[in-house]
Ligand binder design. Structure first.
Ligand SMILES: Cc1cc2nc3c(=O)[nH]c(=O)nc-3n(C[C@H](O)[C@H](O)[C@H](O)COP(=O)(O)OP(=O)(O)OC[C@H]3O[C@@H](n4cnc5c(N)ncnc54)[C@H](O)[C@@H]3O)c2cc1C
Ligand code: HEM
Length: 375
């Protein structure tokens, strides 16, 4: 396989931008109309994701060892979408049609053979990972909402019961799909440690114009059916560490950190833990009473709320004013601690920057990026 030629060809095709996924999906849905039902009504997000994945795959096509873990993860991820082995054949045909279309007269038999071989390798790795996973885990977990509490205009706390127990570690997340917003999968973090009754708590905040977050906050009721993917994520407790902990949560970024706090409550000798919980206004401190109750029960836990955009009637509110990062840094120094941070991309970047500037090694900071552009 001439990997240099594949890379050059893909770089050339990629210059056509959005046209590439447009042609690919038009061809796929013509070839196999039944496959359309696996995808959400709006394909805008998917277009970028597919090209993003192909860019990643082609970039590493000659470093297969690095590629394999990614492809295995992707194959596993595709089980919940309903992708089966036969679909990979059709997707491969549409991919080759698309590449040939944009390569034009320079498309050769050799190039076609190389692409076929590369795709076969990718598809086999994904299919095999999915097959192996299928031996021990369901493709998704059916679940239903048992309680739905609207804590503010844009935030709800949900208790969810999976039909089958869903294994996870505190701090992890699962992809969620709702019967009310079919085939739109988004990640949400469990806000509790595993419980005997198997219940999962989720904290969801509406993103402006968001499809699933709006459905989960506004239209979900006890009884609403959900589907959940397997637990993923590395914002989990470093159980080898004896250091004290600082946690910084922006809005519903609190969820995975609260799960870790719950895990610590069960440990024999929990580290001193300072949890900073920030929101724009006091409305956004949707879980403060519960956190304060926990802090009152456990002397190793301190909870410090902060609001960045206080309203006229906020001054009496018992929260610090300012960005959660400023407030957290003000209460340092933290260089001898471990840090756990969750919230928007901008918040995480700023917190990591400030903590490392204060002497904390990057390796002691664990983060989960919810991806929002604002807190
Ligand atoms: C690992 C992980 C765990 C998460 N856990 C939680 C959680 O516990 N609670 C929670 O409230 N949220 C969580 N999120 C965010 C969540 O997955 C969704 O991104 C969010 O709810 C928006 O989904 P949506 O379908 O409503 O919006 P979409 O329909 O996907 O998007 C609507 C609009 O918002 C924009 N948008 C969407 N997502 C983002 C983004 N990430 N950054 C910037 N703009 C965006 C889109 O461009 C679009 O214009 C988590 C995300 C990740 C990756
Ligand atoms: C080489 C093969 C493939 C690659 C590289 C690929 C890549 C991707 C990526 C990166 C995503 C986004 C992942 C996520 O949101 O979790 C995705 C989602 C998806 N893929 Fe694939 N995929 C491949 C094959 C297939 C096949 C064979 C099918 C079945 C028809 C399929 C159906 C889907 C569906 C339904 C989604 C979800 C769409 C959405 O949420 O908007 N994919 N794919």
């Amino acid at each position: 396989m001439d990997t240099k030629r594949l890379k050059e060809n893909f770089a050339r095709v990629a210059t056509y931008g959005d046209e590439v996924p447009l042609i690919f999906y038009s061809d796929l849905f013509l070839r196999a109309p039944q496959v359309r039902d696996l995808f959400p009504v709006s394909m805008s997000a998917q277009r970028d994701r597919l090209v993003g994945a192909l860019v990643r795959i082609v970039a590493d096509v000659d470093a297969i060892d690095e590629l394999v873990p990614y492809l295995r993860g992707l194959g596993l991820d595709h089980r919940k979408f309903g992708a089966i082995a036969e679909h990979y054949q059709t997707v491969g045909e549409s991919l080759l049609f698309t590449l040939a279309h944009f390569t034009g007269s320079e498309w050769t038999e050799d190039l076609e053979k190389d692409w076929q071989a590369a795709y076969a390798l990718v598809a086999q790795t994904m299919i095999e990972a999915a097959r192996q996973d299928g031996e021990s885990a369901p493709a998704w977990w059916d679940a239903s909402v048992v309680s739905h509490e609207r804590r503010s205009l844009d935030i709800a706390v949900l208790q969810v019961a999976p039909v089958q127990r869903l294994p996870f570690r505190p701090g992890q997340s699962v992809a969620v799909e709702s019967a009310d917003c079919p085939r739109t999968w988004r990640f949400y973090s469990m806000a509790n440690a595993p419980r005997d009754d198997g219940l999962l708590e989720f904290h969801v905040r509406i993103v402006d114009g968001g499809a699933l977050s709006a459905a989960l906050v506004r239209r979900t009721r006890p009884g609403t059916r959900l589907r959940l993917g397997p637990a993923v994520g590395a914002l989990t407790l470093d159980s080898t560490s004896r250091r004290n902990i600082v946690m910084i949560a922006g809005s519903t970024g609190l969820a995975p950190l609260k799960a870790i706090v719950e895990q610590l409550t069960a440990s024999k000798d929990p580290p001193r833990t300072s949890l900073f919980f920030g929101a724009r206004t006091s409305d956004g401190l949707y879980d403060l009473p519960g956190l304060e109750k926990l802090a009152a029960q456990h002397d190793w836990l301190t909870v410090m709320p902060a609001i960045s955009h206080p309203q006229m009637d906020d001054p009496r509110f018992p929260a610090q004013h300012g960005s959660i990062i400023d407030v957290a840094i003000r209460h340092g120094p933290w260089q001898d601690h471990d840090a756990y941070i969750c919230g928007s991309t901008a918040m995480i970047e700023a917190a990591v920057q400030r903590l490392t500037a204060g002497g904390m090694p990057r390796s002691r900071i664990r983060t989960e990026d919810f991806g929002w552009s604002h807190q």
